[in-house]
Design a protein around this ligand. Sequence first.
Ligand code: GLU
Length: 477
Amino acid sequence: MTVRTRFAPSPTGFMHIGGIRTALYAWLFARKHNGKFVLRIEDTDKEREVEGSIGHIMESLKWLGIHWDESIDIGGPYEPYIQSSRLDSYRAYAKQLIDAGFAYPDPYTEEEVEALRAKAEAEKRPFLFREHRPETLGVWDGTQPLRFKVPVIKRYEWEDVVMGTLSAGEEALDDFILIKSDGYPTYNFAHVIDDIEMKITHVMRGQEFVSSTPKFLSLYEALGEVPPAFATLPPILGEGGHKKLSKRDGAKDILDYRREGYLPETMLNFLALLGWSPGGDQEFFTPFGLIEAFTLERIQKSGAQFDEDKLKHLNREHMRRLTDEEFITRGELHATDDARLKKAVPLIKERAYTFAEARDMLNGELSCLFETPEISLDLLTAKEPQDRPGLTKQALEGALEILGGLPVSLPAEAVKMALMPFADEKEAEGKGGRGAVLWPLRYALSGAEKSPDPFTLISILGTEEAISRIRTAFAIL
Ligand code: GLU
């Protein structure tokens, strides 16, 4: 058997964490078993449709590297892959059901059905259409809703790959609508037909579909088809564990994470762990590693908690594993001096959790690497002990002399080895000497109260530029 999974979004808006996780699990499972992953668009609810959603969904999946094998753009053996173009197929199955006596036209007006529903509600009992099923079934002319005539009212028990044995009683079975009066099928009908036609073997989706599963099972039975395996994914809970996801965290557009500078491989890693675990304590996974490790058996039953800190830490890990060149291009980092930018990458890798933070660093704390700083006399001498006047001057003079004898470019560690003995010497001469050397040196180089240490600055700026900046500061003294 070839594993065939599908992701079947409705084009009703952007993709959020929950939707993407469903797609990811279906994709991982298909990849792991050399199967096929189908992207199907479920657009039968025309009222809820939001323009541009399909493009948005596809862009989100592509950004994440969740590539489909069959869909509306590339076609496939069971095309079309959008429900609004499959109406003929639903009609053919509807006819099969009518012929077998398992479907009939709804004889009531919408208002009449509403009144029956309201009456049931007022009497505090569940509304079941089948209790109002007409005695003689009419002939369907396509203008009335077509209803399923549920063949047997019985208790259903089924195996869910994640949840184990589930069951539901007779109250879950009803004569639900197959085709609406506008000619479009309902979700309940269309997705079952598509899953049959597209030979889907495993269906992964959220818990909201469990209560309807007996309906789906009764339809499979009426059609004489074997249902696919069902794997119900746990809900995603907001931080704190109880509330639902808010807009702030996972309920936002997945492409917002791209704008904020998260890597797609981080998102896959993070989302995979949101409801699944590998069994050990490994947390860092490449997409390939996820495919290798993924099993349906290790999807958890209970809710998974969204944890933004974890997302950030994972992102930093993924960012750090990029080469410096990849870091610059994938992070869309720009600066006026490419060589200095490249040298600054290890520093950024140490500190930034997202590429948005990396870009902020380049425009803030690290802007001194690319712009000549403004120096104030007060700050330059801020660490000069009162009883050691002139120490700032000596410090800059001493640094200039040492730097004059150094190669144009060298690592921060080597710069430190060259300068530290001088700072220690000043410290030995009297308290506060080391700070009085390192502070004005760092400030002369950066013009900022907060910046990387002077050795790192010199290493990135290059000895020549460092000397020039120290000279400028010296002139102010
Ligand atoms: N179109 C449904 C949705 O977006 C898909 C549910 C399913 O996977 O069967 O919720």
